[in-house]
Design a protein around this ligand. Structure first.
Ligand code: NAD
Length: 268
Protein backbone atom coordinates (compact mmCIF):
# COMPACT_ATOMS: atom_id res chain seq x y z
CA UNK A 1 0.00 0.00 0.00
CA UNK A 2 1.43 3.43 -0.83
CA UNK A 3 2.10 5.93 1.96
CA UNK A 4 -1.07 8.07 1.69
CA UNK A 5 -3.37 5.06 1.67
CA UNK A 6 -1.49 3.53 4.61
CA UNK A 7 -1.96 6.75 6.57
CA UNK A 8 -5.65 6.86 5.68
CA UNK A 9 -6.13 3.23 6.76
CA UNK A 10 -4.25 3.81 10.04
CA UNK A 11 -6.43 6.87 10.76
CA UNK A 12 -9.59 4.89 10.02
CA UNK A 13 -8.55 2.13 12.41
CA UNK A 14 -7.78 4.62 15.17
CA UNK A 15 -11.03 6.52 14.62
CA UNK A 16 -13.06 3.31 14.87
CA UNK A 17 -11.06 1.74 17.73
CA UNK A 18 -12.65 1.31 21.15
CA UNK A 19 -9.54 1.24 23.32
CA UNK A 20 -6.38 2.58 21.68
CA UNK A 21 -3.11 2.89 23.61
CA UNK A 22 0.36 4.03 22.53
CA UNK A 23 3.73 2.51 23.37
CA UNK A 24 6.60 4.92 22.79
CA UNK A 25 10.38 4.68 22.84
CA UNK A 26 13.42 6.92 22.55
CA UNK A 27 12.75 7.48 18.81
CA UNK A 28 9.81 9.78 19.55
CA UNK A 29 12.18 12.19 21.31
CA UNK A 30 15.08 12.29 18.81
CA UNK A 31 13.38 15.23 17.06
CA UNK A 32 13.52 17.06 20.42
CA UNK A 33 17.31 16.71 20.26
CA UNK A 34 17.58 13.75 22.68
CA UNK A 35 19.60 10.91 21.16
CA UNK A 36 18.15 7.38 21.23
CA UNK A 37 20.22 4.28 22.03
CA UNK A 38 20.18 2.29 18.80
CA UNK A 39 19.29 4.73 16.00
CA UNK A 40 21.91 6.00 13.48
CA UNK A 41 23.07 8.71 15.96
CA UNK A 42 22.32 6.51 18.97
CA UNK A 43 24.22 6.66 22.26
CA UNK A 44 25.51 3.09 21.91
CA UNK A 45 27.75 4.23 19.04
CA UNK A 46 29.72 6.30 21.56
CA UNK A 47 29.02 4.79 25.00
CA UNK A 48 29.14 1.30 26.50
CA UNK A 49 25.71 -0.03 27.65
CA UNK A 50 27.60 -1.82 30.44
CA UNK A 51 28.14 1.60 32.12
CA UNK A 52 24.37 1.88 32.58
CA UNK A 53 23.82 -1.33 34.53
CA UNK A 54 22.94 -1.25 38.23
CA UNK A 55 26.10 -3.26 38.96
CA UNK A 56 28.30 -0.72 37.23
CA UNK A 57 26.53 2.22 38.96
CA UNK A 58 27.03 0.67 42.42
CA UNK A 59 30.66 -0.20 41.79
CA UNK A 60 31.59 3.21 40.35
CA UNK A 61 28.86 5.83 40.88
CA UNK A 62 31.22 8.73 40.10
CA UNK A 63 31.76 7.32 36.59
CA UNK A 64 28.00 7.14 36.02
CA UNK A 65 27.46 10.72 37.21
CA UNK A 66 30.29 11.96 34.94
CA UNK A 67 28.63 10.30 31.94
CA UNK A 68 25.24 11.53 33.12
CA UNK A 69 26.39 15.17 32.96
CA UNK A 70 27.87 14.59 29.51
CA UNK A 71 24.72 12.94 28.11
CA UNK A 72 21.70 14.15 30.05
CA UNK A 73 22.48 17.54 31.61
CA UNK A 74 19.95 20.04 30.26
CA UNK A 75 17.31 17.37 29.57
CA UNK A 76 14.87 19.43 31.66
CA UNK A 77 15.12 22.18 29.02
CA UNK A 78 14.17 19.82 26.15
CA UNK A 79 10.85 20.62 24.48
CA UNK A 80 8.21 18.24 23.16
CA UNK A 81 8.07 17.94 19.37
CA UNK A 82 5.04 17.59 17.04
CA UNK A 83 4.91 13.82 17.68
CA UNK A 84 4.41 14.30 21.44
CA UNK A 85 1.80 17.02 20.80
CA UNK A 86 -0.04 14.77 18.33
CA UNK A 87 -0.43 12.00 20.93
CA UNK A 88 -1.65 14.54 23.49
CA UNK A 89 -4.20 15.76 20.92
CA UNK A 90 -5.33 12.17 20.25
CA UNK A 91 -6.01 11.80 23.98
CA UNK A 92 -8.00 15.09 23.98
CA UNK A 93 -10.04 13.77 21.05
CA UNK A 94 -10.99 10.82 23.27
CA UNK A 95 -9.18 8.36 21.00
CA UNK A 96 -6.11 7.50 23.11
CA UNK A 97 -6.54 6.00 26.57
CA UNK A 98 -2.92 6.25 27.65
CA UNK A 99 0.72 6.49 26.59
CA UNK A 100 2.98 3.74 27.89
CA UNK A 101 6.50 5.07 27.52
CA UNK A 102 9.99 3.69 27.91
CA UNK A 103 11.27 7.25 27.91
CA UNK A 104 12.64 9.02 30.93
CA UNK A 105 12.47 12.58 29.58
CA UNK A 106 8.97 13.62 30.72
CA UNK A 107 8.14 15.09 27.28
CA UNK A 108 4.72 13.42 26.95
CA UNK A 109 3.55 15.16 30.12
CA UNK A 110 5.06 18.46 28.93
CA UNK A 111 3.09 18.11 25.69
CA UNK A 112 -0.14 17.72 27.65
CA UNK A 113 -0.68 13.92 27.76
CA UNK A 114 -2.50 13.23 31.03
CA UNK A 115 -2.42 9.44 31.20
CA UNK A 116 1.23 8.43 30.97
CA UNK A 117 2.74 5.20 32.30
CA UNK A 118 6.51 5.54 32.73
CA UNK A 119 7.99 2.05 32.54
CA UNK A 120 11.57 3.12 33.18
CA UNK A 121 11.02 5.95 35.67
CA UNK A 122 12.24 9.44 34.81
CA UNK A 123 15.29 11.63 35.09
CA UNK A 124 13.52 14.44 36.94
CA UNK A 125 14.87 13.46 40.37
CA UNK A 126 17.57 11.57 42.24
CA UNK A 127 16.76 9.38 45.26
CA UNK A 128 18.91 8.42 48.24
CA UNK A 129 19.60 4.68 48.25
CA UNK A 130 19.73 4.71 52.08
CA UNK A 131 16.79 6.82 53.30
CA UNK A 132 14.75 7.36 50.11
CA UNK A 133 14.84 11.19 50.23
CA UNK A 134 14.41 12.73 46.78
CA UNK A 135 16.20 15.72 45.28
CA UNK A 136 15.41 17.67 42.06
CA UNK A 137 17.79 16.50 39.33
CA UNK A 138 18.88 20.05 38.45
CA UNK A 139 20.16 20.56 41.99
CA UNK A 140 22.05 17.24 41.99
CA UNK A 141 23.57 17.90 38.55
CA UNK A 142 24.75 21.31 39.81
CA UNK A 143 26.46 19.64 42.77
CA UNK A 144 28.18 17.08 40.53
CA UNK A 145 29.31 19.84 38.14
CA UNK A 146 30.68 21.69 41.19
CA UNK A 147 32.85 18.68 42.12
CA UNK A 148 30.67 16.67 44.54
CA UNK A 149 30.98 13.32 42.81
CA UNK A 150 29.36 10.99 43.64
CA UNK A 151 26.59 13.18 45.09
CA UNK A 152 25.35 12.23 48.56
CA UNK A 153 22.18 12.71 50.58
CA UNK A 154 22.25 14.71 53.83
CA UNK A 155 22.18 11.28 55.58
CA UNK A 156 25.37 10.27 53.74
CA UNK A 157 23.62 7.81 51.38
CA UNK A 158 24.39 7.58 47.67
CA UNK A 159 22.08 9.42 45.22
CA UNK A 160 20.79 7.53 42.18
CA UNK A 161 18.55 8.95 39.44
CA UNK A 162 14.94 7.77 39.60
CA UNK A 163 15.35 5.75 36.40
CA UNK A 164 15.49 2.01 35.86
CA UNK A 165 19.03 0.84 35.10
CA UNK A 166 19.72 -2.29 33.08
CA UNK A 167 19.40 -5.33 35.39
CA UNK A 168 16.91 -3.49 37.61
CA UNK A 169 13.28 -4.61 37.86
CA UNK A 170 10.63 -2.30 36.41
CA UNK A 171 8.43 -0.34 38.85
CA UNK A 172 5.75 -2.86 39.78
CA UNK A 173 2.69 -0.60 39.53
CA UNK A 174 3.75 0.91 36.18
CA UNK A 175 4.30 -2.48 34.57
CA UNK A 176 1.07 -3.88 36.02
CA UNK A 177 -0.85 -0.93 34.54
CA UNK A 178 0.93 -1.36 31.18
CA UNK A 179 0.01 -5.06 31.07
CA UNK A 180 -3.57 -4.26 31.98
CA UNK A 181 -3.77 -1.73 29.12
CA UNK A 182 -2.13 -4.15 26.68
CA UNK A 183 -4.69 -6.81 27.59
CA UNK A 184 -7.59 -4.35 27.28
CA UNK A 185 -6.68 -2.52 24.07
CA UNK A 186 -8.00 -3.24 20.59
CA UNK A 187 -5.30 -1.09 18.96
CA UNK A 188 -1.72 -0.37 19.96
CA UNK A 189 0.20 2.45 18.28
CA UNK A 190 3.92 1.67 18.69
CA UNK A 191 6.15 4.69 18.06
CA UNK A 192 9.94 5.02 17.89
CA UNK A 193 11.02 1.90 19.70
CA UNK A 194 13.47 -0.71 18.48
CA UNK A 195 11.33 -3.22 20.42
CA UNK A 196 14.30 -5.13 21.78
CA UNK A 197 14.40 -3.99 25.41
CA UNK A 198 12.42 -6.45 27.54
CA UNK A 199 10.02 -6.63 29.25
CA UNK A 200 8.66 -3.50 27.50
CA UNK A 201 9.10 -5.16 24.10
CA UNK A 202 6.73 -7.90 25.20
CA UNK A 203 3.77 -5.50 25.45
CA UNK A 204 2.85 -5.40 21.72
CA UNK A 205 2.76 -9.23 21.70
CA UNK A 206 0.62 -9.25 24.81
CA UNK A 207 -1.66 -6.67 23.16
CA UNK A 208 -1.97 -8.52 19.87
CA UNK A 209 -2.29 -12.09 21.07
CA UNK A 210 -3.41 -11.46 24.66
CA UNK A 211 -0.62 -13.85 25.46
CA UNK A 212 3.02 -13.51 26.59
CA UNK A 213 5.73 -14.77 24.21
CA UNK A 214 7.73 -15.74 27.33
CA UNK A 215 4.96 -18.14 28.35
CA UNK A 216 5.85 -21.83 27.89
CA UNK A 217 2.47 -22.21 26.11
CA UNK A 218 3.35 -19.62 23.42
CA UNK A 219 4.31 -22.10 20.70
CA UNK A 220 1.36 -24.39 21.25
CA UNK A 221 -1.37 -21.84 21.66
CA UNK A 222 -2.63 -21.64 18.05
CA UNK A 223 -2.46 -17.86 18.03
CA UNK A 224 -3.94 -17.23 14.62
CA UNK A 225 -4.24 -13.65 13.45
CA UNK A 226 -4.27 -11.94 16.83
CA UNK A 227 -7.07 -9.88 18.28
CA UNK A 228 -5.58 -6.42 18.42
CA UNK A 229 -4.25 -4.23 15.63
CA UNK A 230 -0.65 -3.03 15.89
CA UNK A 231 0.30 0.14 14.01
CA UNK A 232 4.00 0.84 14.03
CA UNK A 233 5.65 4.21 13.34
CA UNK A 234 9.42 4.03 12.96
CA UNK A 235 12.26 5.15 10.72
CA UNK A 236 13.06 1.53 9.92
CA UNK A 237 11.81 -2.05 10.26
CA UNK A 238 12.06 -3.63 13.72
CA UNK A 239 11.44 -7.10 15.15
CA UNK A 240 7.80 -5.96 15.55
CA UNK A 241 7.28 -5.22 11.88
CA UNK A 242 6.47 -8.88 11.26
CA UNK A 243 3.41 -8.78 13.52
CA UNK A 244 2.37 -5.18 12.79
CA UNK A 245 -0.86 -4.77 10.83
CA UNK A 246 0.36 -1.47 9.41
CA UNK A 247 3.87 -0.01 9.41
CA UNK A 248 4.34 3.70 8.72
CA UNK A 249 8.01 4.37 8.00
CA UNK A 250 9.40 7.86 8.53
CA UNK A 251 9.86 10.49 11.21
CA UNK A 252 7.29 10.36 14.00
CA UNK A 253 7.25 14.19 14.10
CA UNK A 254 6.05 14.24 10.49
CA UNK A 255 3.74 11.21 10.49
CA UNK A 256 1.84 11.55 13.78
CA UNK A 257 0.50 15.11 13.29
CA UNK A 258 -0.87 14.14 9.84
CA UNK A 259 -2.32 10.92 11.22
CA UNK A 260 -4.07 12.68 14.10
CA UNK A 261 -5.35 15.42 11.78
CA UNK A 262 -7.04 12.73 9.69
CA UNK A 263 -8.49 11.03 12.75
CA UNK A 264 -9.91 14.39 13.82
CA UNK A 265 -11.57 14.99 10.47
CA UNK A 266 -13.05 11.46 10.50
CA UNK A 267 -14.59 12.13 13.92
CA UNK A 268 -16.27 15.39 12.83
P1 NAD B 1 16.12 2.52 20.92
O1 NAD B 1 17.22 3.53 20.88
O2 NAD B 1 16.49 1.12 21.12
O3 NAD B 1 15.32 2.62 19.53
C1 NAD B 1 14.88 3.82 18.98
C2 NAD B 1 14.03 3.50 17.77
O4 NAD B 1 13.42 4.70 17.32
C3 NAD B 1 14.81 2.92 16.60
O5 NAD B 1 14.08 1.83 16.09
C4 NAD B 1 14.85 4.08 15.57
O6 NAD B 1 14.79 3.60 14.24
C5 NAD B 1 13.58 4.82 15.91
N1 NAD B 1 13.61 6.26 15.63
C6 NAD B 1 14.64 7.13 15.82
N2 NAD B 1 14.26 8.38 15.49
C7 NAD B 1 12.97 8.29 15.07
C8 NAD B 1 12.03 9.24 14.60
N3 NAD B 1 12.32 10.55 14.48
N4 NAD B 1 10.78 8.81 14.25
C9 NAD B 1 10.45 7.48 14.37
N5 NAD B 1 11.32 6.55 14.80
C10 NAD B 1 12.55 6.94 15.16
O7 NAD B 1 15.07 3.02 22.00
P2 NAD B 1 13.93 2.22 22.80
O8 NAD B 1 13.35 1.16 21.94
O9 NAD B 1 13.09 3.24 23.43
O10 NAD B 1 14.63 1.40 23.98
C11 NAD B 1 15.77 1.69 24.62
C12 NAD B 1 15.76 2.41 25.96
O11 NAD B 1 16.11 3.72 25.67
C13 NAD B 1 14.57 2.57 26.79
O12 NAD B 1 14.76 1.81 27.93
C14 NAD B 1 14.59 4.07 27.24
O13 NAD B 1 14.47 4.13 28.65
C15 NAD B 1 15.93 4.53 26.83
N6 NAD B 1 16.15 5.89 26.34
C16 NAD B 1 15.25 6.89 26.56
C17 NAD B 1 15.52 8.16 26.06
C18 NAD B 1 14.52 9.25 26.34
O14 NAD B 1 13.88 9.24 27.39
N7 NAD B 1 14.32 10.16 25.40
C19 NAD B 1 16.67 8.40 25.31
C20 NAD B 1 17.59 7.34 25.12
C21 NAD B 1 17.31 6.09 25.63
Amino acid sequence: MEAERLLEEAARRIATSKHCVALTGAGISTESGIPDFRGPKGLWRKYDPEDFTLRSFLSNPAKYWRLHLEIFAGLDRAKPNPAHFALAELERLGKLKCVITQNVDGLHQKAGSRHVVELHGNLGKARCLSCGREYPMGEVEGRVAGGENPPKCSCGGLLKPTVVFFEEPLPFEAFRKAEEEALKCDLMLVVGTSAVVYPAAELPYLAKFKFRPSSPLWFSSGLGEGKTAIIEVNMEATPLTGIADLSLFGKAGKILPRLVERVRSMLE
